[in-house]
Design a protein. Structure first.
Length: 277
């Protein structure tokens, strides 16, 4: 954690050319080091077509397959089976807390961007967790000890019915946040905790949510076609402002996941190459 750089609305979003990451070991090493330290890096200049994330997967090793496929298309869809596939606002969340081992890294490639709306928002969950711990240790303790049910049922890459329990803030042996598991779209209606603990839990969750959405903590930007935002899904919560639907697709992102084990393996190998070059 000492190597991490925490941030709020003052974030200067790191940027690296996409082709440099693919072709140059030093650039790829810088990308992964920065991703680990800051939690988010923007890759610029990718082609405006599907499949660029597959190249990124090959660069690090391989992408993470999920029930939504090896990659997935974020756009307004009829009969959407995921809130991301609408034009509505997405509140801050991490992806896939319904899995026992959520994907560690997420990639989103902007292929087409709407003229109005659709801005992306991110927040450093570790920074906000530290703030919560400072101002309300009891709320922090509640969110780091209460098991919350998540569920997701549907059909996409295949049919699925997944469910698990996660703590909103996962902590290590020192009580320091190591993963955020927060997604109201898949948080279950089931909540089997003692009744006297329900109100304190929701009070703690509201305080955490208020901190996430405060102007001093969230960073807003708008992806341009050809941009690929890469971020730590265990640390950085992301969201989206709403935009208007049209007769044609006005906004199209392609998404993919990778695991931290794969990313860190590539980082170690690149470090050896860079140091020996």
């Amino acid at each position: 954690l000492s190597a991490q750089q925490h941030w709020g609305s003052d974030l200067v979003l790191p940027q690296i050319p996409f082709e440099a990451v693919l072709d140059d070991d030093e650039s790829a090493h810088t990308w992964l080091c920065t991703l680990r330290r800051v939690g988010v890096v923007l890759l610029t200049g990718a082609a405006l077509r599907q499949g660029e994330l597959v190249k990124l997967g090959h660069r690090i090793g391989f992408l993470r397959l999920t029930f939504y496929g090896p990659t997935w298309q974020v756009q307004d869809k009829a009969d959407a089976n995921n809130v991301a596939y609408t034009t509505g606002k997405l509140c801050f969340h991490t992806d896939y807390p319904v899995l026992q081992h959520p994907p560690g890294v997420q990639f989103l490639h902007c292929i087409k961007q709407t003229d109005a709306g659709g801005e992306s928002e991110i927040v450093d969950g570790f920074h906000v967790s530290n703030k919560l711990k400072e101002q309300n240790p009891q709320a922090y303790q509640i969110l780091s000890s209460t098991a919350v049910d998540y569920t997701d049922v549907g059909v996409d890459y295949c049919d699925f019915a997944v469910q698990c329990k996660q703590r909103i803030i996962d902590v290590d042996s020192r009580g320091q946040a190591v993963r955020i598991n927060y997604n109201n779209a898949t948080r279950d209606t089931v909540f089997d905790i003692p009744v006297e603990k329900v109100r304190p839990f929701y009070a703690a969750l509201k305080e955490f949510n208020d901190l996430l959405n405060s102007a001093e903590h969230k960073f807003t930007y708008k992806l341009k076609p050809g941009d690929i935002v890469t971020f730590d899904n265990w640390r950085v919560l992301h969201g989206r402002q709403s935009y208007q639907s049209g007769s044609e697709v006005t906004r199209h992102l392609e998404g993919a996941y990778a695991d931290w084990d794969v990313v860190m393996s590539r980082l170690r190998l690149l470090r050896k190459r860079v140091l020996n070059s």
